[in-house]
Each structure stands twice: as C-alpha cells, then as structure tokens.
Design a protein around this ligand. Structure first.
Ligand code: PHE
Ligand code: FE
Length: 282
C-alpha cells in the first residue's frame, strides 16, 4: 500500500471490543440472517457463508482478509470513519476495502446514517467474494479518481448509491437484494422488496447518474440489474462523454417516474424464461 493510503489506516484493535459490542453484532447478525435467507441474492449468501463471517461476534479483519484475499485478491483495511473521496477511491482501485471499526449502540439497531463495522463487513465484504463484483468495485475506484479530476463526482456517487449500496437484482425466483445499505438494515431489507410504495426500475446508467437520493430515509426508487456481468459491462465505457451528455440534462428527483422508465413488474416476464435447473443443487 502506498504511504499516502497507509496514513489513513488504523489498527482495528480487535482485542479491545467489549462483550457487549460483540453481543450487539450477534443481535444484528442473527436478525439479518433470518431476513436475508429468502431476500438476499445467491452471490451474497454464498460469500457470507464462505467467509465464515462470524456469527459469533465482530470479526478480526486480519482473519477475514486472508479468506477474502485468497478468493478475489481484496483485503480489508481499518479506517477511523469516512475518509476523503480521493483516498476512498484509491483504496478501491488497489483492491482494499476501507472498513470502520466501531459498532452502533443498542438504541441504534434499526437505522444509522454513517457506516459502522456491521454495515461495512456484513453488508459489503460478502459481495467482494464474488469475482465479477470484486472487479466492478475496483473499476469503480479507478472511475472515482477520474470523476474527481473531471468534476463529476456527484454523478458517479449516484451510481455507487444505487448499485453498491441500494441495488436490487432480478433472478428466476424474483427480486433479490445485493446493495449493502439494504443488506445491513432490517427494515429496508423487507421494505425494498415488499412495500408497494417505492419504484423498482430497470437499471439504466444515465438514468441512475441523474437521479438524486436521500440519505436519511428508505429509498423511493431502486434500480434493478439482471446480473453482475451486465452491471460491469454497462459501466465499462469511458464516462467522460457520458458526463458531458448528462450535465446538459436536469437532475431527476428521487421519487420521479419518467415516461421511458421500465418498471420491474413490466420487464420481468420477458427475462430468464422456462424452468431453471440449479446446477448447484444437483
Ligand atoms: N468506465 C468508467 C469511466 O470511464 C469507470 C467506472 C467503472 C466507473 C465502473 C464506475 C464503475 O469513468
Ligand atoms: Fe457502504
């Protein structure tokens, strides 16, 4: 790791967690396990299982990094909280995931605006066990450094928000969750799939980068991808001309619907038809 990046890291200091902090982790973990079994995407559940991410308490990042590194070459680094954008992107570009160390208090189990160790580790890290998603995150880091140079951070941040943090994926069995902000929230993991209120729209790169978001409430709109390869491919082109194109267009409010939007209910019947035999089970 370069010196500049290393400067922003701290020691996790795993031995210093109290019994009560581990107990809060277990509470969160067990609650999410029950909710996510039927709601999270297969890639997440696989990743979580292969990490053996501690049902027992807050995991030690060193142990976790060893498993993660063997799978996809990523590592976890401990940081004190939100780091500056350029540092954050440089970490991702180097396949380092910056994780906070503190855990929320018992009176904050349901919603927290800032990331804590449960969100970072239980929400993000299992997805990094998936090779395609792992590459997407690295590409996003490189794209972030470029967006900063071009002055288009606000556009690119929305892509992160609506995919990495709040993304949904269409599967043969229905909608599933892959966004970490949802995966670490008991209320939103039910709301995003089952509540009639929010819009669930087909992912479209330009549409996503124009869409505003709220950080202090459940989302009004979710964007649905078909698979991670599709997401990776859609974000591969050079964004410079796309940024120029969308800067001429207005931002879209979080709750708006445009005539061209495709709702999940409408595009679902056309995809992945026929009985699907899961090779994983035979
Ligand atoms: N292709 C993008 C660019 O040229 C980089 C990127 C990749 C951004 C993946 C986000 C996600 O800026
Ligand atoms: Fe996050």
């Amino acid at each position: 790791m370069s010196g500049r990046l290393a400067d922003h890291t701290i020691e996790q200091n795993w031995d210093a967690y109290s019994d009560d902090e581990h107990a809060v982790w277990r509470l969160l973990f067990e609650r999410q396990q029950k909710l996510l079994k039927s709601r999270a995407c297969r890639e997440y559940l696989d990743g979580l299982q292969r990490l053996g991410v501690a049902a027992h308490g807050i995991p030690d990042f060193r142990r976790l990094s060893d498993v993660l590194n063997r799978a996809t070459g990523w590592r976890i680094v401990a940081v004190p909280g939100l780091v500056p954008d350029d540092v954050f992107f440089a970490f991702l570009a180097a396949r380092r995931f910056p994780s906070t160390c503190f855990i929320r208090r018992r009176d904050q189990l349901d919603y927290l605006q800032e990331p804590d160790v449960f969100h970072d580790i239980c929400g993000h890290v299992p997805m990094l066990m998936n090779p395609v998603f792992a590459d997407y995150m690295q590409a996003y880091g490189e794209g972030g450094l470029k967006a900063l140079r071009l002055g288009h951070m606000a556009h690119l941040a929305r892509l992160y928000w609506y995919t990495v943090e709040f993304g949904l994926i269409a599967t043969g069995d229905g909608l599933r969750i892959y966004g970490s902000g949802i995966l670490s929230s008991a209320g939103e993991s039910v709301y995003c799939l089952e509540d009639p209120h929010p819009h669930r729209l087909r992912f479209d790169l330009r549409r996503v980068m124009r869409t505003q978001y709220h950080i202090d409430r459940y989302q009004q709109t979710y964007f649905v991808i078909d698979d991670f390869q599709e997401l990776f491919d859609a974000t591969r082109p050079d964004f410079a001309p796309i940024y120029r194109e969308i800067s001429m267009l207005s931002d879209i409010p979080a709750e708006a619907i445009l005539p061209k939007d495709r709702k999940y209910a409408d595009f679902r019947p056309h995809k992945k038809e026929g009985p699907r035999v899961s090779t994983a089970r035979v």
